[in-house]
Ligand binder design. Structure first.
Ligand SMILES: [Zn+2]
Length: 443
């Protein structure tokens, strides 16, 4: 890495102090906030009040943090069913911001913020960035999309509050991104990991080597990515790659973020209470067990989320991070239960394919999974871009590569897949979240 100086978070911003709160203090704060947020939702959100009534419970039943398990889950469908403002706990006169997800089917998800919510959001991003070693004086290029998507504006205000100079490029226009990065001496970037890979590739074509730029940190999120992808990014760019986590339903980016130890993502649990549940039964699981992440907003005013099912599969790591923060950590999210493909009865995640490809020399981390059904049988084809010199090589080398990928995928996935090698840059590039799977199966 270009800069290995450990930056003390306490030097960066007073808002960072809760990261090191003594555990007993933190748990007491969480309980007080949980009681307050449940009361607030009960008083102001009819949908939530009805749910508690069905279970015969009231906010007074929450006497310990463990009592959270008595509360009903909130699902994405609850946001859709109450579109647009049905889950708001604040009158519109107190709302200062509305965001909405790009709904691929039907109505989008709408989320709202009061002034206090925006302040909390900003503070957790300050803590995220500070944990990545960013500070005032940094020049941060923010290539998350600005607009209804929470990524752009969330990161923007956090970086400004930290004292960094923000270059609000938003997504798209790779050539201009690279020019500004070089001309402005950008030191940090925010975007999806896929988009950063695209920038690395494009820069190479333009004769710009990221390793020679002052760029030293990348804060990547908004899509699941793997440890192999981190190594690939770091090798190609000399940028220290951080994983940031968030979702609009909870607040946007900044629910959790890695510190410089890169041993999981600290959840800012003074504001977002994490639980892991069995994705099938909904039963709470102890720290250290893998399951679905469920989050409760402890301080949200405009739109409290109680036990929101994220569909992200991870675990809460046990033990304390060597960085000294007391905030618990989750493992990096490589998969979502929504992403799971069922192929001939076998569960397959796109992240498994990505990990395999990144371990094999000669392939590029650009791939597509095409699913079809032939004579009643599911077929999975993985199209993989290979480096230009592979294609210039003898045909035997390509066949050898294809065989190695085939064998590795068969081994990891436990099913037979087809592998098609394609030339570099022949697969569509995404400007934001990567779309890896095309499902052409018709039932
Ligand atoms: Zn840490």
């Amino acid at each position: 890495m270009k800069n290995n100086l450990e930056t003390s978070i306490a030097d960066c911003h007073p808002a960072s102090v809760p990261d090191y709160a003594p555990l007993a203090e933190l748990r007491a704060l969480q309980l007080r906030r949980l009681q307050a947020v449940v009361t607030r939702a009960w008083q102001n959100v009819e949908h939530f009040r009805n749910r508690l009534n069905e279970r015969g419970i009231t906010p007074e039943n929450i006497r310990s943090i463990e009592d959270i398990a008595k509360l009903p889950f909130t699902l994405k469908s609850d946001l859709r069913d109450t579109y647009p403002f049905g889950l708001f706990a604040s009158p519109m006169k107190d709302v200062v911001r509305l965001h909405a997800s790009s709904g691929t089917t039907g109505k989008p998800i709408v989320v709202s913020y009061t002034k206090e919510d925006i302040d909390v959001w900003t503070s957790v991003l300050v803590r995220s960035f500070a944990g990545c070693g960013l500070h005032h004086g940094d020049i941060l290029q923010n290539a998350y999309g600005y607009g209804l998507f929470t990524g752009g504006l969330g990161a923007h205000y956090g970086a400004e509050a930290l004292g960094a100079a923000v270059v609000p490029t938003s997504g798209g226009n790779a050539d201009r991104q690279i020019m500004l990065m070089k001309d402005f001496g950008v030191t940090a970037i925010c975007c999806t990991p896929t988009y950063f890979l695209h920038l690395i590739d494009r820069a190479a074509e333009l004769g710009v080597d990221f390793k020679e730029l002052p760029l030293r940190a990348g804060v990547f999120g908004a899509e699941p990515w793997t440890e192999s992808m981190r190594r690939h990014i770091e090798n190609k760019s000399n940028v220290e790659a951080f994983d940031i986590y968030g979702l609009s339903e909870i607040i946007g980016p900044g629910v959790g973020c890695e510190c410089r130890r890169h041993q999981g993502l600290h959840i800012f649990e003074d504001h977002f209470y994490p639980e892991i549940v069995d994705p099938e039964t909904g039963e709470p699981l102890p720290d250290g067990s893998e399951g679905e992440l469920v989050l409760t907003t402890l301080s949200k005013q405009a739109m409290p989320m109680i036990r929101y099912r994220t569909r992200d599969i991870t675990l809460i790591l046990t033990g304390q991070c060597p960085c000294g923060r007391t905030m618990r950590r989750i493992g990096r999210i490589g998969r979502r239960s929504d992403d799971m493909l069922i192929i001939r009865g076998v569960n397959v995640f796109p992240s498994q394919v990505e990990s395999v490809l990144l371990e094999i020399e000669g392939t590029l981390p650009n791939y597509q999974i095409i699913l079809t059904r032939e004579q009643g049988l599911d077929q999975m084809e993985v199209q993989v871009e290979v480096t230009p010199h592979m294609f210039n090589d003898k045909i035997g080398a390509l066949q050898g590569l294809q065989g190695r990928i085939q064998a590795a995928l068969d081994h990891v996935l436990g099913i037979r897949v087809r592998v098609a090698l394609v030339e570099a840059h022949s697969l569509a590039r995404s400007e934001g979240k990567a779309k890896r799977v095309t499902d052409r199966r018709t039932s």
